[in-house]
Design a protein around this ligand. Structure first.
Ligand SMILES: Cc1cc2nc3c(=O)[nH]c(=O)nc-3n(C[C@H](O)[C@H](O)[C@H](O)COP(=O)(O)OP(=O)(O)OC[C@H]3O[C@@H](n4cnc5c(N)ncnc54)[C@H](O)[C@@H]3O)c2cc1C
Length: 394
């Protein structure tokens, strides 16, 4: 076992960290103080600086303008970018665009690459992934997919109702998961279609009001009314939708974990600095054992999460689906991040609740991480299934 990163990865981590500290965190502080999210112009400015610094899309291959790092190598790089929720946007490695680029890079045909992937990789446009539906449609259970796609000559006609399409409102195009064959299970009867977001038949109902920040774009509720798309708009092959979702979600779960670990690590650093300076009952907070234990628990849980990410990334690179390991990682890191931010707020007292620090915003936003990309209960179900299969027979 070798846990060493190559020298070029260490160097990139150092540069990303310096970029986030000097260019991004001051902008983050201004947006927190003004109580407004990052404007589109502000994002373009940050992105121009990231490009000029040679820190653009660490996960993308060089022919798409990226830095060509492997999944294992981006573990510490995404963490460094994730030290601010705006850092990942600046470097074009935020969800949902990052996961959508991964999917398009592997499955898009030549036309789709030119029309959608290239401008997305260049940071000129945004995208949305429309899978989840309001009840009784698909949520945790993929078999409940209700949006339909019916073939009509060389076209498909899509009808359905989606919500929680992250970044949907500002997206140039949508990846739409629809049931293209009602006679077989979702695993074989679903297809992903790409549609321009301004196509006739797409109704943006609203951005769902929610807790947490909007800097990463809102979360749209969308209806499809006889949306017509050509057969050539299929991503991959007809009936491959579920397999493609799995291909997107495996690495996407890990990249979410990497980014959020960056935020949680910074929360730990903020809390540690506060504890080292603030005095109560005749000594610094950091000299009280109960505070030390909170800091220690956060540090050890973050460390364990990093090792889980590294191992799961390594397995995926070997061609293993790593279903069990990515599920374990997702549950562990999502719950760790929530605990670490919660402890940081506790240590910072009233200051932690204020908007003078980013902790309260992160606390609100981190809660959803235990639900999206599979709720903790669903991942535990997947993990338990394998445990029971392995050890459950008497
Ligand atoms: C901030 C945010 C961003 C999102 N972005 C996107 C996006 O870009 N695209 C997209 O398509 N979707 C997106 N989603 C939707 C997300 O993927 C779903 O919310 C998630 O899959 C859960 O589905 P649901 O909300 O319908 O919950 P439900 O399926 O209704 O489940 C509700 C709860 O039931 C419990 N539960 C479910 N199954 C089990 C089980 N087997 N055992 C025990 N308990 C169980 C869990 O606690 C779960 O939280 C986003 C959601 C959020 C909050």
């Amino acid at each position: 076992m070798d846990f060493t990163y190559a020298p070029h990865v260490h160097e990139i981590v150092r540069r990303v960290r310096a970029f986030v500290d000097t260019e991004v965190i001051p902008v983050e502080a201004r947006t927190l103080a003004s109580r407004e999210g990052l404007s589109a112009a502000g994002l373009m400015e940050l992105r121009a600086k990231a490009k000029a610094a040679g820190l653009w899309a660490p996960q993308l291959p060089p022919d798409l303008g990226g830095m060509g790092l492997t999944l294992s190598e981006i573990v510490p790089v995404f963490e460094a970018a994730g030290r601010s929720h705006l850092g990942i946007l600046a470097l074009n490695c935020a969800a949902p665009d990052e996961g959508n680029m991964h999917l398009l890079n592997h499955y898009a045909n030549a036309d789709q690459r030119e029309r959608y992937l290239r401008p997305l990789a260049a940071g000129e446009i945004h995208s949305g992934f429309a899978m989840t539906e309001p009840a009784p449609g698909v949520g945790s259970d993929p078999n409940m997919l209700r949006t339909t796609a019916v073939r009509d000559g060389d076209e498909w006609v899509i009808n359905g109702h989606k919500w929680w399409t992250s970044g949907g409102t500002g997206a140039e195009f949508l990846l739409i998961m629809a049931r293209s064959n009602p006679d077989v299970p979702t695993s074989k009867g679903a297809t992903i279609f790409i549609a321009p977001a301004n196509a006739p038949g797409i109704e943006f109902v609203r951005d769902i009001p929610h807790m947490g920040f909007d800097d990463l774009g809102g979360h749209a509720e969308i209806k499809f009314h006889d949306l017509r798309v050509p057969h050539s708009s299929i991503l991959g092959n007809e009936g491959d939708g579920y397999a493609l979702v799995q291909a997107r979600l495996g690495p996407a779960r890990l990249t979410h974990c990497m980014r959020w670990t960056g935020i949680a690590q910074r929360a730990l650093e903020i809390a540690t600095r506060y504890a080292a300076e603030r005095e109560a009952f005749g000594k610094h907070l950091s000299e009280h054992q109960s505070i030390q234990w909170m800091l220690a628990d956060s540090a050890l849980e973050l460390h364990a999460g990093r090792l889980m990410m590294q191992q799961a990334a390594w397995l995926l690179e070997q061609g293993d689906q790593a279903r069990q390991e990515t599920s374990m990682c997702k549950v562990f890191v999502a719950e760790t991040v929530n605990r670490v931010i919660d402890r940081a707020i506790q240590i910072c007292g009233g200051m932690g609740i204020s908007r003078d620090l980013p902790l309260s915003k992160w606390y609100e936003s981190a809660r959803a991480f235990r639900i999206y990309d599979g709720a903790s209960e669903v991942h535990r179900m997947v993990i338990a299934r394998k445990v029971i299969k392995q050890y459950g027979s008497v």
